[in-house]
Design a protein around this ligand. Sequence first.
Ligand SMILES: Nc1ncnc2c1ncn2[C@@H]1O[C@H](COP(=O)(O)OP(=O)(O)OP(=O)(O)O)[C@@H](O)[C@H]1O
Ligand code: NI
Length: 393
Amino acid sequence: MTTTRDHRATTVAAGRAVAAGAADGTVAAAGPAGGAADGLTAGPADAAGPADAAGPADAAGAADGADRAAVDPRPALLDVDGLTVRFQLRDAVVHAVTDLRLTVRPGELLAVVGESGCGKSVLAHALLGLLPGNATVSGHARLSPPGGEQIDLAGCTERRLARAVRGRAVGLVPQSPATALTPVRTGRRLLVETLRAHGHARRDAPAAAERLAADVGLDPADLDRYPHELSGGMAQRLATALALAPDPPLLLADEPTTGLDRPLVDHTLDLLRRRCDAGSAVLLITHDLAAARRVADTVAVMYASRIVERRPTGALFDAPAHPYTAGLLDALPERAFRPVPGHPPMLTDLPAGCAFAPRCDRATDICRTPPAPGTDGPEHVACHHPLPIGVPA
Ligand SMILES: Nc1ncnc2c1ncn2[C@@H]1O[C@H](COP(=O)(O)OP(=O)(O)OP(=O)(O)O)[C@@H](O)[C@H]1O
Ligand code: NI
């Protein structure tokens, strides 16, 4: 908790999103124990409960947070503009990512949340050129690495992605690390080789590998195991250490806390937060809304391949504007513990207008037309009938 408070304070000082004072009254008493409904896993109630809320010192509120973000002068490290991914199947097209717009600034932790299958991992893979042959990508994803040339990740050659981007400018903690790890090398060898490939001297690399293992909460003795000898949680931590080894300015962390128990979840989240406080950027993909709330500056909510709401963390949790975001928050055990009714649409058969309309109690005829695409600003709500911002959820 202390770390979180500190981070909030740092956040304010750095002019990023401010955690609005999620006063006790805005978070309903914890509901029945157990996982959240609707495919999203909520952490324990205490992870995002009132104790986690910002204190009076930074109770500047959502609007202030938005203003700060709006005047943030730092250039974007990543500027995703209209990114669209389609998968061609034999007799259908999967609309996996549609007209996505987001920015990630140096020092920013952006969490991308949403139900299973909404396109989060495809977004990460598109940024790294890791999509299979049946995918087509359009739009832009401009990466401006410090001291380097701008690269459009959406239109870049495989050669350039391999040389300059993957594991260098952009790291990836993959969603299923157990299958991504090379099976014939121990963790120690994998880490040392990665460090060596990124400029560590031969004699420094072993100690650096042990330090990295300790950073991610992995017992250095476990580095001598082969990947198949690791538990899911250990493989997860090793994958995180491998992604961090080159110290990439942008880290894509796809469910990096899967298989970890709560203390290690918090340890990993705080590690990511500290990277951002030191100037790196992290795009955190997670089902865990409590995790997003704990460490993110900005949250982007994806639904059926699109970002439906993107706002500073405190503002979004205190007063969600998109009915889907409000539904996700209502599903949390510590709030109403009421699942979003219905199911997400098939990505091969999306409605012409708002994809959430069939599940939305605010929908009217106009929702058969698409809501306006997002602006490039820090606040974005794709809805014809947003909830009034500034009114607590
Ligand atoms: N190679 C592929 N061919 C066809 N469809 C695909 C392919 N890869 C992914 N998809 C589809 O794209 C959609 C988005 O998948 P994605 O893995 O990004 O979901 P996600 O939001 O990461 O879900 P989860 O939270 O379960 O990891 C899904 O409907 C998935 O079935
Ligand atoms: Ni995924």
